[in-house]
Write a protein that binds this ligand. Structure first.
Ligand code: SF4
Ligand code: SF4
Length: 410
């Protein structure tokens, strides 16, 4: 099943999803994993918003009914007086893409895009959710969602024993784009350090933008602040295209998805997730592993390189190449992967819900993969799953794949 190109490239105004809302037969198949692949009845549900709220409005079919009512002429409910619970239903969609994967193949509908349009519509009428205010203001003021000054963006590089070229001053073919999480969140700094070290050790000549790097805008787009995102991205396009790079490498699933899909056709270079780059480097013999890791590992597919971009094999091939790694899959994997629960602004506005979902994912990793370590390739997943892991007493760890690669190279 390959449907990724239709995801999130062009979110249209809500009214344009009106026909889809009518065509939806409320079959409910899109709340589950692909019905043809079901192997375990217990691990069938796959819509995080629905799983955790257990009320029809929070599942995709319920949202389609809401869109139908809102876009009817005249609307069938008072569009200026939606209840808090209805607004919660709108904003608890993580944008995981499961519903679109299932329905697009079957009926040609685009439910995930429609629900993104629904958020944008709700923001136009009701304003941003109060929990999302700081995040948006921070992107506008500081070019990151963490309320952190630009001057500290590349502070993590002080821990490196080599220099990285400044791509704004020096011509490079390859730009490493760490993104906001890897730049500012202490735990995720480890991913940035590992990525830079791996690229350097493999002899790759690369540069970074340092303090001049700006948020890709993913967070703004996913919470529904689509207009703000569209304006913000224009500045990024100007800046990035002026560098003359051939390839942008990122270790963030959100940045990868945003640059690949939401900037599609506007960038003069290829965008590569570092796992694809690593797969190439391992195949070309550019990477040598020296250290046996001795770990039992499973892999959590992030929605934004998984369902959105179909990058399923590269991380698994890299994991299998690491010495001393026993790799075992969970039940819901690849196209059927269970979202960690943090996307679409849910972590910021509904933190408990995001953590509960992450806890369920860790249970699956423990029960079916018998894993000590859950590995992923997305800072958003790693922050959320990592927080859930800390709250447990079974010693489970959450690491980025690049951390393992870096360890295995030393
Ligand atoms: S969106 Fe598609 S899969 Fe989901 S309930 Fe409607 S018709 Fe069924
Ligand atoms: S995108 Fe994911 S969270 Fe949102 S309605 Fe679809 S399946 Fe549920």
């Amino acid at each position: 099943m390959d449907y990724n190109a239709k995801l999130a490239r062009n979110v249209k105004p809500l009214m344009e999803y009106r026909n889809d809302a009518w065509k939806c037969v409320r079959c409910g198949l899109c709340r589950m994993v692909d019905a043809q692949t079901i192997v375990d009845q217990e691990y069938v549900d796959n819509c995080p918003a629905g799983i955790l709220n257990k009320f029809e409005l929070f599942y995709p079919a319920g949202r389609q009914e809401l869109i139908r009512c809102l876009t009817a002429e005249p609307p069938e409910i008072d569009i200026d007086d939606l209840s808090d619970e209805t607004l919660n239903a709108i904003f608890t969609c993580t944008g995981c893409g499961n519903c679109q994967l299932i329905c697009n193949e079957m009926k040609g509908l685009e439910p995930t895009n429609a629900f993104q349009a629904l958020k944008a519509w709700a923001i136009e009428r009701y304003g941003l959710k109060k929990e999302h205010h700081n995040l948006i203001q921070s992107i506008l003021n500081y070019d990151n969602p963490w309320m952190a000054p630009r001057s500290t963006r590349s502070r993590w590089t002080r821990k490196l024993d080599f220099n990285i070229k400044d791509a704004s001053k020096e011509k490079v073919d390859i730009l490493y784009f760490p993104g906001c999480n890897a730049s500012y969140v202490p735990e995720i700094n480890l991913t940035a350090l590992a990525t830079a070290k791996v690229l350097h050790s493999a002899g790759i000549d690369f540069g970074m933008l340092g303090q001049k790097e700006r948020c890709c805008g993913s967070t703004a787009f996913r919470i529904g602040a689509v207009e703000m995102f569209e304006a913000y991205k224009e500045e990024n396009i100007k800046q990035l295209n002026s560098l003359g790079i051939k390839t942008m490498v990122t270790a963030c699933a959100g940045c990868h998805s945003t640059f690949s899909h939401n900037y599609a056709g506007r960038l003069d270079f290829e965008v590569v997730h570092v796992v694809e780059y690593l797969e190439r480097m391992i195949a070309d013999g550019q990477i040598e592993f020296k250290n046996d890791l001795n770990l039992k590992v499973t892999y959590h597919d992030p929605c934004h390189i998984g369902r959105y971009s179909s990058i399923y094999d590269a991380p698994r091939k890299v994991l299998e190449a690491l010495p001393g790694v026993q790799f075992k899959e969970m039940k819901r994997i690849r196209e059927n992967s269970l979202c960690c629960g943090s996307g679409g602004g849910v972590k910021t506005a509904y933190g408990d819900m995001a953590l509960t979902m992450a806890g369920q994912r860790l249970d699956e990793a423990r029960d079916f993969a018998d894993a000590d370590v859950v590995v992923s390739c997305c800072p958003f997943c790693e922050i959320n799953l990592g927080e859930a892991a800390k709250a447990r007493d079974d010693g489970m760890k959450v690491l980025d794949l690049l951390e393992l690669v870096d360890d295995a190279m030393r």
